[in-house]
Design a protein around this ligand. Structure first.
Ligand code: FAD
Length: 487
């Protein structure tokens, strides 16, 4: 069944929820055939189920995509169920002979997509996958022996040496002409939380237009001072594009090109563009690592770290999740996360280090909490970064680097603005004491309306004792101090 006699092409949207710079869409368009766009909510597959905050973002992003497609005379079909079964049904309904998609590179999704593709190809349906998510396709940046890089800097150099920005692909003007078939109603998917709706403080710009606007704002502001301000949670110094990148509302190449265009027109120093693009390369590095080392979310990359004698401390874990550890910068970060679905990168490192090293709680518990609460939760980024902090990752921060939550706060939030925003019970504590309120004289706390242990918790652990305990735990698993071979 087609409207103009030509068999349509199915465009299977995954995490590429955009119309511009979308290689699969561009190929569909080039075919000249009617395009049937579909998004499948496949919750039964082997892939790790999405967390609550991600479901919230997906809901808004699908609404935005649906409206953009409708504005071009098309309709985004929404279906829920097993991907292969849904695609088969859609093929039957539309007479489509081709399925195009931008690939997901996480190992489980990669494998299950390959199964779907083989099954459909066996019945004569053409299936093609593209890379719309990463700067470089996993497997295309390899070391001299043909293996994956395990260290970032040589990976970055290799990627930069071969990097070539693809030409921009404008969004099509017209997506009409596809056969009409039924779609689910997005409201029935229940992606938006109710009872309670905890999303009131969440950002309001999911979707492709929001991502483009966020990028434009960043280019005309934050990028100028990015290399320094990216470490300052008290300043709007980063792009905040990570959820848009995760859901594919914008392509990493578009950000890359925009940053270097800004540099070549003299609007920002080239070093700032280099710093931003090196962060995009970190994103690729994590994705490539996960693609090559599928156990990254579950197992320590350096296996001896799985011998760590983690503490089974439910009360400590709960205090951490609720932002009640008594360390203001940790509590501010955890509350920012709960309220907005986002946490600043510097603070992510501090809170993760606190959980793993101060509380000696398994990094996997923290990773799972982030997975559920971050709007940018991403299997590769989250597991690679947690393992980086734990010291167990491929190119990781050494275990003996234990972030001091007091001095980190003083250095990166010197006026206490970030802490006071998220921990309002400390708003009146002088900035010089706000990162360690237990050191403040009694009268200062009294005048600030703080009663430790009542209005704000006392520190859950003593920093020096916790540090010594963490180092002893490390010593127990690593007697040799041996360095790891680098690529
Ligand atoms: P910017 O500073 O503007 O950077 C631009 C882009 O570069 C980001 O959008 C992001 O895609 C990429 N990037 C920046 N820093 C990193 C990094 N350290 N690793 C990989 N990519 C980076 N990021 C996620 O996208 N999803 C996660 O689930 C995630 N979990 C994390 C867990 C921990 C424990 C830590 C320490 C970091 C985690 N990050 C994760 C990385 C980083 O914190 C976020 O990407 C960053 O905070 C996003 O803010 P931004 O978009 O303003 O970044």
């Amino acid at each position: 069944m087609t409207t103009n006699g030509e068999a349509p092409v199915i465009l299977w949207f995954r995490r590429d929820l955009r119309l511009a710079d979308n290689p699969a869409l561009s190929h569909a368009q080039a075919s000249g055939r009617p395009i049937v766009p579909i998004y499948i909510l496949d919750e039964g597959s082997a892939v790790r189920p999405m967390g609550g905050a991600s479901r919230w973002w997906l809901d808004k992003s699908l609404r935005a995509l649906s409206a953009s497609i409708a504005g071009r005379g098309g309709r985004l079909i929404l279906r829920r169920g097993d991907s292969e079964a849904v695609l088969r049904h859609l093929i039957e309904q539309t007479g489509a002979t081709c399925v195009l998609m931008n690939r997901l590179f996480e190992p489980d999704a990669w494998a299950s997509d390959a199964d779907v593709a083989h099954a459909l190809q066996a019945e004569g349906v053409e299936v093609k996958g593209f890379n719309g998510a990463l700067l470089a396709r996993p497997g295309s940046v390899l070391n001299g022996s043909g293996g994956p890089y395990k260290v970032f800097t040589p990976f970055m150099k290799a990627l930069r040496a071969q990097a070539e920005a693809p030409p921009p692909l404008p969004a099509p003007d017209d997506l009409s002409g596809a056969p009409g078939v039924g779609s689910d109603d997005l409201d029935d998917w229940g992606l938006h939380p109710t009872r309670p709706d905890w999303s009131r403080g969440f950002p309001d710009e999911p979707g492709e237009a929001g991502a483009v606007a966020t990028l434009a704002r960043f280019l005309s502001g934050g990028l100028t001072t990015y290399a320094v301000d990216r470490d300052r949670p008290d300043r709007p110094g980063t792009s905040r594009l990570s959820p848009a990148l995760h859901f594919g509302e914008i392509s990493p190449w578009r950000i890359w090109t925009a940053a270097y265009d800004a540099a070549s027109s003299g609007k920002v120093p080239a070093a700032q563009a280099d710093k931003l693009t090196s962060e995009l390369i970190w994103r690729d590095f994590s994705a490539h690592l996960l693609h090559h080392f599928p156990t990254l979310p579950d197992k320590a990359f350096r296996p001896e770290y799985d011998a760590m004698d983690w503490r089974n401390d439910d009360a400590g874990f709960e205090a951490w999740t609720r932002g009640r550890t008594g360390y203001p910068i940790v509590d501010a970060g955890m509350r920012e996360l709960w309220t907005t679905g986002i946490m600043h990168n510097r603070v992510r490192m501090i809170v993760a280090s606190f959980l793993i090293k101060h509380l000696l709680i398994d990094w996997r518990r923290g990773e799972a909490w982030f997975w559920d609460t971050l709007v940018d939760a991403d299997l590769a980024q989250n597991s690679q970064n947690w393992q980086w902090v734990a010291g167990s990752g491929a190119d990781a921060s050494p275990w003996f680097r234990i972030f001091n939550p007091i001095t980190q706060g003083q250095k990166f939030d010197p006026d206490g603005r970030y802490v006071k925003r998220w921990v309002p019970e400390l708003a009146k504590v002088p900035a010089s004491l706000v990162h360690a309120p237990w050191t403040a004289p009694h009268e200062v706390l009294r005048d600030a309306g703080v009663s430790l242990g009542k209005t704000y918790p006392r520190p859950l652990v003593d920093h020096a004792e916790a540090r010594a305990r963490a180092l002893a735990a490390l010593k127990a698993i690593r007697s040799d101090g041996e360095a790891y071979p680098d690529d």
